[in-house]
Ligand binder design. Structure first.
Ligand code: PMP
Length: 403
C-alpha cells in the first residue's frame, strides 16, 4: 500500500504567509528601546500625530449614543458612504453614487477583498515594484500570481507602459497602481498615469488603484487618480482609500473601496460574512474627518513636507546614498547599492538586509531594508517622526558611513 501523506497540521496556504517585514523591523527597534537603548526608528508606517480633536470629539459623542452601539449595514453607514462619494469626486475626480462605495476595516481589508473578488486561480496581477509588503500576500491568498515589474531610482521608481506591455500575458487580469507609493513616495505625473490607464483600458485589464496617500503630496504636485485621467476605466477599477494616513487615524480602522456595481455587490457579500460592518463609532469619526474642517490635516501635511526636505537633504550628504526626492506619502527610498561590499566597523554588508542590521547594531538606527518591498539594495525611511529625532538619526548614519 502506498504510504499516505500526513495531513498538514495547519493550512498550507496560510502557513506560507510571511510575517510583515516592516512590522518585524519596527518590533525589533521597539524591543531594543524597551531595553533602554536609544534607538531611532524610521520603520513605522504611520503618522506620529494624534487624531485631530474634532474627530475624536465626534467619536466621544457617538460612544454615548445608543444608536452607535448597534450593527450598521455591512457596507457602512449611509452618511459615511455619501461623504466618501463626495470625497472621491473632490480628490479622484470620479462621480459615483454612494451605492458604489463599501466601507472596510482599513485600506488593508479593502486591498485583501479586492483581490478576493477579482481573481481566479492562476490569474496574474502586475505589481509595480518596489511594492508595499502586503500586496503579494493578498494576491497569493486569492490564488493569484504576482508579476513584479521593477522600476529603479533612475526612473523615479515609476514603471512605463513599455515595461507593463512586456509583462502582459493572456493571464493578466489586474494592474496594481499606487501613487503616491509606499515605499518610494513617488507620484506619477498625470501624462504617465493617463498612458497607463489607456493601456489597461485597451487590454481589458482591471485596475486596483490604491490612493491611501493621495492627500499627502508636496511641491504643489497633485496625485491624479487613474480614473480621473481615463474616466472610461471606472467600470474596471477598484479604488482603495481610507482615513488612516491623511487624518492620523491608523488605529481607527476605516477604509473603503469604490467600484462598479457588480464588484461592490460581490464585495458586500464577502464582507457580510467576513467581518460585517466596520466599528460604528469609528465610522462616525470618519464622517467628521471627511466632512469637517481640513486645517488640521493640512498642518500635518506641512509638517511632513518640512521633514521630507530635511531628511532628503541630510541623506544625500552620505556618500553612497542616492535619494530621489519623493513628492508624496511620508517615505524616502534611497538606493544604497554603492555601500554594499564596503566595510564599516569591521562588517561588510552585501545586501540591504545586512546593511539595515549594521545600522541598527552600530548606530542604533532602524530602517526597513529593500528586501521587504522587492529587490535588495534599498532602504525605506519613514519621516513620520519628530524633527529632532529625525535629524539625530541621520547624523548618526552620516558618522557611521563616513568611517
Ligand atoms: N495601502 C498602502 C500603500 C499602505 O501603505 C497602507 C498602510 N501601510 C494601506 C494601504 C492600509 O492602510 P490602513 O489599513 O491602515 O487603512
Amino acid at each position: 500500500m502506498p504510504e499516505s501523506t500526513p495531513t498538514p497540521r495547519l493550512s498550507t496556504k496560510i502557513s506560507a504567509i510571511a510575517e510583515s517585514a516592516t512590522l518585524k523591523v519596527d518590533a525589533k527597534a521597539k524591543a531594543l528601546q524597551a531595553q533602554g537603548r536609544p534607538v531611532i526608528s524610521y520603520a513605522a508606517g504611520e503618522p506620529d500625530f494624534p487624531t485631530p480633536e474634532h474627530i475624536v470629539e465626534a467619536a466621544l459623542v457617538a460612544a454615548r449614543d445608543p444608536k452607535a452601539h448597534r450593527y450598521t449595514p455591512a457596507a457602512g453607514l449611509p452618511d459615511l458612504r455619501a461623504a466618501i462619494a463626495e470625497k472621491t469626486l473632490r480628490d479622484s475626480g470620479l462621480e459615483v453614487d454612494p451605492s458604489r462605495v463599501i466601507v472596510t476595516n482599513g485600506g488593508k481589508q479593502s486591498v485583501y477583498e479586492a483581490f478576493q473578488v477579482l481573481l481566479n486561480p492562476g490569474d496574474e496581477v502586475i505589481v509595480p515594484t518596489p511594492f508595499w509588503t502586503t500586496y503579494p500576500e493578498a494576491i497569493a491568498l486569492a490564488d493569484g500570481v504576482a508579476v513584479d515589474v521593477f522600476a529603479d531610482a533612475s526612473q523615479n521608481y515609476q514603471v512605463t507602459v513599455e515595461q507593463l506591455e512586456a509583462a502582459r500575458t493572456p493571464r493578466t487580469k489586474v494592474l496594481l497602481f499606487v501613487s503616491p507609493s509606499n515605499p518610494t513616495g513617488s507620484v506619477y505625473p498625470p501624462e504617465q498615469t493617463k498612458a497607463i490607464g489607456e493601456w489597461a483600458l485597451e487590454h481589458g485589464i482591471w485596475v486596483i488603484t490604491d490612493e491611501i496617500y493621495q492627500n499627502l503630496t508636496y511641491d504643489g504636485v497633485r496625485a491624479t487618480s487613474i480614473v480621473e485621467a481615463v474616466p472610461e476605466l471606472a467600470e474596471q477599477t477598484l479604488l482603495v482609500n481610507g482615513v488612516a494616513k491623511t487624518y492620523a487615524m491608523t488605529g481607527w480602522r476605516v477604509g473603503w473601496t469604490v467600484g462598479p456595481a457588480d464588484a461592490i455587490k460581490a464585495l458586500g457579500n464577502l464582507q457580510s460574512h467576513l467581518s460585517g460592518n466596520v466599528n460604528n463609532i469609528a465610522q462616525r469619526a470618519a464622517i467628521a474627518a471627511l466632512t469637517g474642517p481640513q486645517d488640521a490635516a493640512e498642518a500635518m501635511r506641512e509638517a511632513f513636507d518640512r521633514r521630507r526636505k530635511l531628511i532628503v537633504g541630510e541623506l544625500n550628504k552620505i556618500d553612497g546614498f542616492e535619494t530621489p526626492t519623493p513628492q508624496g506619502a511620508f517615505y524616502v527610498y534611497p538606493d544604497v547599492t554603492a555601500l554594499l561590499g564596503r566595510t564599516f566597523g569591521g562588517v561588510t554588508p552585501t545586501t540591504s538586509l545586512e546593511l539595515a542590521d549594521l545600522m541598527l547594531d552600530q548606530a542604533e538606527v532602524a530602517a526597513v531594508p529593500g528586501e521587504a518591498f522587492g529587490p535588495s539594495g534599498y532602504l525605506r525611511f519613514s519621516y513620520a517622526l519628530g524633527d529632532d529625532q529625525l535629524l539625530e538619526g541621520v547624523q548618526r548614519l552620516q558618522r557611521l558611513f563616513a568611517s
